[in-house]
Ligand binder design. Structure first.
Ligand code: NAP
Length: 281
């Protein structure tokens, strides 16, 4: 590794799909920054990625996405440590069966799954743009396709909280953000795409032990973290996707966008709301 290798930042890389995505990027010659929230799990993941990609530069960065201050600090640290960032994979995500608040008093699913990557991406944009044809990869979920609107009258699910619905909303926010970002980045060479990685029995079920137990039994029927990482790796690196932006992918193929992703008014409204909630003006 020369120090001139392209750099990839993968969030939520301490486990599951993100960990395999980090491994895949290191194997493809990227210098990889693994972002996790727990020091031991993140270091273990970095060691795993190093052991599978001889010679790759792999570093670890810690950030709890439940805190906007921590996201700002991560952004500052990446800007000072990485002279270039060629790929940003916004993969970190969670699901809370019960409503929880972030450190900033925001509904935590929206905070971690959407507001944190929204803020981090905006903080890193100047470095991504300066790095040339950089790619921003937003890991959403096919669950967002079930929704017919984003609840602008109750964005933080204060009424009738339902964990899966809050999760689906946050994943719809990922797609709306990704598409709006693509529009805003037109002409810069930087692309923004969203994807559904696959269906994996992962730690995302940690707060539902019964579901996790039966899920583990049925795991062979689902995608593995490694197979689910392939769509992120495809969108992050495929030569044929150079210049492709504002698209949505499943199973390493372009998929039909949610009709909502084409709703320019909803995209702009979510962008303005997100700016306000994270304090970016
Ligand atoms: N599994 C599926 O079937 C599926 C389907 C569609 C989409 N997805 C999406 O795929 C992505 C990865 O999910 P996964 O299944 O691989 O889940 P996972 O195994 O639970 O991994 C999630 C990653 O996000 C990190 N994370 C969670 N909360 C965080 C926080 N507050 N701050 C910083 N990092 C945090 C986790 O860190 P820790 O190791 O500390 O927990 C972990 O590294 C998510 O965006 C998810 O929505 C998953």
């Amino acid at each position: 590794m020369t120090g001139k290798d392209p750099v990839c930042v993968v969030t939520g890389a301490s486990a599951g799909i993100g960990k395999e995505t980090a491994r895949g990027m290191a194997e493809r010659g990227y210098s990889v920054v693994i972002v996790g929230r727990d020091a031991a799990r993140t270091e273990e993941a970095a060691a795993y990625v190093r052991s599978h990609s001889k010679g790759a530069s792999v570093s670890a960065a810690l950030c709890d996405f439940s805190s906007l201050a921590a996201v700002r600090s991560l952004g500052a640290s990446l800007l000072s440590s990485q002279p270039r960032i060629d790929v940003l994979i916004n993969n970190a995500g969670l699901w809370h069966p019960q409503r929880q608040l972030s450190r900033d008093g925001l509904e935590d699913t929206l905070a971690v799954n959407h507001l944190a990557p929204f803020l981090l991406t905006n903080l890193l944009l100047p470095r991504l743009q300066a790095s040339g044809a950089a790619r921003i990869v937003n890991v959403s979920s096919r669950l967002h396709e079930k929704l017919t609107e984003f609840p602008f009258d109750d964005p933080q699910s204060e009424r009738n909280y339902h964990g899966l619905r809050a999760y689906a909303r946050s994943k719809l926010a990922n797609v709306l953000f990704s598409a709006e970002l693509a529009v805003r980045l037109q002409g810069t060479g930087v692309t923004s795409n969203a994807l559904h990685p696959g269906d994996v029995v992962s730690d995302i079920l940690r707060e539902k032990p019964v579901l996790r137990f039966f899920g583990k039994l049925a795991a062979p029927l689902f995608d593995s973290p490694e197979s689910a990482s392939r769509t992120s790796l495809y969108v992050a690196t495929a030569k044929e996707l150079a210049g492709v932006s504002g698209a949505y992918f499943k199973k390493q193929k372009r998929a039909k966008e949610s009709s909502l992703a084409q709703d320019a008014a909803a995209r702009a409204k979510l962008w303005a709301l997100s700016e306000q909630l994270v304090g970016l003006t």
